[in-house]
Design a protein around this ligand. Structure first.
Ligand code: THU
Length: 147
């Protein structure tokens, strides 16, 4: 877990970013799994991009919330997300968006591409938990021989 003093924004707290992820999760298109995932990526100058998972009748082409965020970010000409908050829950869960939803392996790799020092915020029963992405994906694939 990362230290609170490393958090990159004075205006938007980890809890604020989680709430933005929860708002995005409400908009998820999930008729098949009924599992809503929301993400909120924080950038320089406190800019935030929200995203959610988008499923399809052809199940395999479903896009996760985190990778949807990466696509939106690049399409908007942005790079270097400083942090990402991720929430997820089944529609019927009592713990709706209050328990950990760790990003899947593919999404960890997709996020590493854009900032190896990114922070990842997850919900927990005790509030927001902040992790370092590079600790969630040790020894990740890269073309950079110095990493
Ligand atoms: N999902 C995400 O959006 N992000 C992840 O990191 C893991 C899973 C979505 C995909 C699918 O729509 C639903 O969660 C159930 O797997």
């Amino acid at each position: 877990m990362s230290k609170r003093e490393d958090w990159p924004s004075e205006k938007i707290s980890p809890e604020d970013l989680l709430n933005m992820a929860r708002e995005a999760a409400d908009r998820a298109y999930v008729p098949y799994s009924r599992f809503h995932v929301g993400a909120a990526m924080l950038f320089e100058n406190d800019e935030v991009i929200q995203s959610c998972n988008v499923e399809n009748a052809s199940y395999g082409i479903t896009i996760c919330a985190e990778r949807a965020g990466v696509v939106i970010m690049v399409s908007q000409g942005k790079r270097n997300p400083l942090a990402i908050a991720v929430v997820g829950s089944h529609e019927t869960s009592d713990d709706y968006f209050k328990i950990e939803c760790p990003p899947c392996g593919a999404c960890r790799q997709a996020l590493m591409e854009f900032n190896t020092n990114m922070l990842v915020v997850m919900a927990s029963k005790d509030g927001a938990k902040v992790f370092e992405l590079k600790r969630l994906l040790p020894h990740s694939f890269t073309f950079d021989p110095d990493f």
